[in-house]
Design a protein around this ligand. Structure first.
Ligand code: SF4
Length: 452
């Protein structure tokens, strides 16, 4: 029997990266090994993203190119997973005859059974409204087991852990509620057990994942009791796991950011002083059209409370430029917000229509040129602010978690998630170590430091 092997190509967000790890784990537990190359695999999984048109185009062009490989190797199985699989479903199989299996975002835990099924009939499975995240605890700590290649060092000390799936907010530009379904929170016991397993095998940094982690525990029971249990409760409980040095989380909707959670940044030492708080626009009129359910005044009040709870906190955000109907005045409001908060960094994009979203129906779309010009102005100013913020660290001492070390240099991250390059290497220092450095230089995207 030829050894079954898989190759996973992951597009998109951390949630997709974690989903790919879980699929890899499940396949490994069912006798598969990981193939180092796409050509040598007997199973290829494309884990897709549909948050922007570009990501989808990249996926379809790669899928098209697999037709040739399948011709040469008819036994090859091709599976499409993730948000495009959810969105398009059976249409993918009808359009691309070389695809054997299409699985929606809720079926990653069921991949061995669905693969078996696809041996006799091409299969496409989609979302269901009644969904519970199965109590699955991976058996090992390695990210891509069985590949034979040394797993990236990073995975040995820093891991993502999914705490919930789906979103009930239906922001008008977003496909996530359609591709990831209704909000479902994982059981606290499973989350703590999974993190304890990771910490027990050397992981010291955990990032909790969800589309809107702030509403954890709101839509289903997550403990044995019916007592309310919030995201802040989970942060407290997880932070007490012995050996966990750094705790992070992503992503949050500002409307659900509670004082209880803000207070965690003042009280919990291993909760990293870094917060990604997507605002999306600085204009109340546009926020209304996006159905974000907060105003800039609400947002700023929460930012000010966060900064007073944790003065060294590093704030980052997401910004959509050129939303339908965005006027010059709206855009100037966005630029004013950038000046007011001085985000340490941001992910900013031109608005693009997504299939099935309400914003796609809104008229008064801006031209690509208009959107591009505004995006350039925004990013240029953000770069200036990020550089100034990074220069503020010069002379300061920081603890970094080493991610890469060789005889001449090492690289790591501060608790505010800033990358630090240290010229002089030290053979004693390994990836996964925590070391003290003095910041000597603040650059656009990273800092430099010297060993203390
Ligand atoms: S909260 Fe985030 S994931 Fe949910 S609909 Fe809005 S943008 Fe999408």
């Amino acid at each position: 029997m030829k050894q079954k092997s898989f190759y996973i190509k992951t597009f998109g967000c951390q949630m997709n990266i974690r989903d790919s790890e879980i699929m890899a784990q499940k396949l490994y537990e069912n006798g598969y090994l990981e193939s180092a190359t796409i050509e040598d695999a007997s199973l290829i999984i494309l884990n897709t993203c549909s948050v922007r048109g570009k990501a989808e185009q990249k996926f379809f062009s790669l899928l098209g190119s697999l037709r040739k490989i399948k011709k040469q190797n008819p036994g090859l199985k091709i599976c499409v997973a993730g948000c495009v699989a959810q969105q398009e479903g059976k249409k993918i199989i009808d359009r691309m005859k070389h695809v054997d299996l299409v699985i929606g975002t809720q079926h990653i835990y069921d991949i061995p059974r669905l693969l078996k099924k696809s041996e006799t009939q091409k299969t496409a499975v989609n979302l269901s409204d009644i969904y519970e995240i199965p109590p699955y605890i991976p058996k090992t700590n390695i990210s891509h087991p069985g590949s034979g290649k040394k797993p990236e060092k990073q995975f040995q000390f820093s891991r993502f852990v999914t705490i919930m799936q789906g979103c009930n907010n239906f922001c008008t530009y977003c496909v996530v509620p359609y591709t990831r379904g209704r909000e479902v929170s994982r059981n606290v016991k499973d989350i703590v057990e999974e993190i304890s397993l990771f910490v027990g095998s050397g992981v010291s940094e955990i990032t909790l994942l969800g589309q809107n982690v702030n509403s954890y525990g709101r839509t289903n029971q997550v403990t044995e009791t019916e007592l309310p249990y919030s995201f802040a409760n989970l942060i407290h409980e997880v932070s007490e796991i012995p050996g966990l040095k750094r705790l992070r989380f992503t992503t949050s909707n500002p409307k659900d950011l509670s004082d209880e959670l803000i207070d965690c940044f003042a009280r919990i030492d291993n909760l990293c002083p870094q917060f990604h708080l997507p605002v999306q626009s600085g204009s109340d009129a546009i926020l209304k059209r996006m159905k974000r359910n907060y105003t800039i005044d609400d947002y700023l009040k929460k930012v000010d409370r966060l900064v007073s709870a944790c003065p060294e906190i590093a704030l980052t955000t997401d910004m959509i430029i050129g939303f339908p109907g965005e006027t010059e005045i709206d855009f100037q409001s966005t630029m004013r917000l950038l000046e007011r908060v001085r985000f340490h960094g941001s992910f900013s994009f031109k608005y693009s229509d997504r299939p099935g979203t309400r914003a796609a129906e809104i008229d008064s779309k801006l031209s690509e040129q208009e959107k591009g010009a505004r995006l350039h102005i925004f990013q240029k100013r953000q770069d200036e602010i990020s550089l100034a913020r990074n220069r503020d660290y010069v002379g300061k001492t920081r603890t970094i978690l080493v991610e890469h070390s060789d005889p001449t240099s090492l690289m790591g991250r501060t608790s505010t998630n800033h990358i630090v390059h240290v010229e002089s290497g030290d053979k004693e220092i390994q990836a996964g170590d925590y070391i003290e450095v003095q910041i000597t230089f603040g650059g656009q995207h990273a800092l430099k430091g010297k060993l203390l």
